[in-house]
Design a protein around this ligand. Structure first.
Ligand code: KG4
Ligand code: ZN
Length: 344
């Protein structure tokens, strides 16, 4: 009798075309990611139409490679999972159409996955005994959200960004500093040579008990610091020394991380959390991982963080989360739609 569950996961919510086959939620049989970074680099951000076109070109070969590399025969794929929200609609729809087509052709169920929840699943893939209650922080290019987590299928949103996401702020500040896209890795690299205390950038905490985030004020503070309030000094950035740029990058990074850690601690205290979960592209940042780990250790909690290779968008997190929906019989039908926003 066949007991293993093999799930094909497809991810096209932003600028990665990705597919993976995962067995029983944690055994990664294949993981194929085609990044569009080179296509969007000169624009300093993701251009939806370019992303959509690139997904259309790549989706078939990427899915085929994922199946081939997994060594699993198509008939032994038990379900096709796809991120259908949130993200760029024109990008999501490419993965969704491919997933529906495959599910129909293979005669297998379709599973709808919330991309943000999947980012959190990456932090729990190998975890057997999740100590509850847990609070979860997802930090990506499009979202900065805090959840209370009962289990991976039961997440309650506690707060989210009211303007820019943390990753978006990294990308925009990198663009102000003429650093390459995506901004997160280049700010992190540049910040290594800088002093995080050189500039006291604002830490926006909003109302006293608020678990929401705001990063647009910080981004504007960096802009004014570089260009002046009248915006007449932007050319100054090109004349700044490497040390000056590194100090700005390090001070900005410290401000973002300070807010993320403080808000996560507030949520963890409020809900008596024993565990803190961290996922999303910005979770690849070493300083964020270290500072959250320090906070968790100081306060007697365990931090579970996604391995760096699964922080940014990938198909593994989609297929892994889908396993739990598969076991719970939570299937979607062919009317499934792509949604730019998120249900929760
Ligand atoms: O999760 P992700 O791949 O895509 C979205 O769902 O948005 O996250 C991408 C974001 C980008 O904004 C990128 O700059 C940021 O994650 N990022 C980082 C690092 N690596 C990627 N931010 C800070 N430090 C990093 N090392
Ligand atoms: Zn993502």
């Amino acid at each position: 009798m066949k007991t293993d569950v093999n799930i094909l996961g497809i991810e096209t919510s932003c600028d990665e075309t990705a597919a993976a086959v995962v067995r029983n939620g944690s055994q990664v049989l294949s993981n194929v990611v085609s990044s569009q970074i080179a296509l969007h680099q000169k624009y300093g951000g993701v251009v939806p139409e370019i992303a959509s076109r690139a997904h259309i070109e790549k989706i078939y070969p990427i899915v085929q490679q994922a199946i081939e590399q997994s060594g699993v025969d198509k008939k032994d794929i038990d379900a096709v999972a796809v991120a259908n929200q949130p993200g760029l609609t024109v990008a999501l729809i490419v993965g969704l159409t491919a997933a529906k087509t495959l599910a129909l052709a293979l005669g297998k169920p379709l599973i709808a996955i919330n991309h943000i929840h999947a980012h959190l699943q990456s932090s729990m893939m190998d975890v057997q005994d999740l100590k509850l209650p847990a609070v979860a922080l997802v930090v990506s290019g499009g979202h900065t959200s805090l959840y209370e987590c009962e289990n991976i299928l039961d997440l309650h949103l506690l707060g989210s960004t009211i303007d820019d996401a943390a990753g978006e702020a990294f990308d925009k500040v990198a663009s102000i500093l003429n650093l390459s896209y995506p901004g997160g890795p280049s700010i992190e690299k540049t910040a290594k040579d800088g002093n995080p205390k050189a500039i006291n950038f604002p830490r926006t905490m909003l109302a006293k008990d608020s678990l929401d985030f705001s990063f647009s004020g910080l981004k504007t503070a960096v802009l004014y610091h570089c260009c002046g309030q009248d915006m007449k000094g932007c050319s100054r950035v090109t004349q700044m020394s490497q040390k000056e740029i590194a100090d700005i990058a390090a001070s900005f990074q410290a401000a973002v991380i300070d807010v993320l850690v403080r808000k996560t601690k507030m949520a963890a205290d409020k809900f008596g959390a024993k565990t803190i979960l961290l996922g999303g592209g910005v979770a690849a940042n070493t300083m964020l991982r270290t500072e959250l780990e320090n906070m968790a250790n100081r306060t007697g909690r365990k931090l579970l963080v996604a391995p760096k290779k699964y922080c940014t968008d990938n198909g593994v997190m989609i297929a892994s989360l889908a396993y739990y929906k598969f076991k719970a019989g939570m299937f979607a039908d062919m009317s499934l739609e792509a949604k730019a926003g998120v249900d929760d």
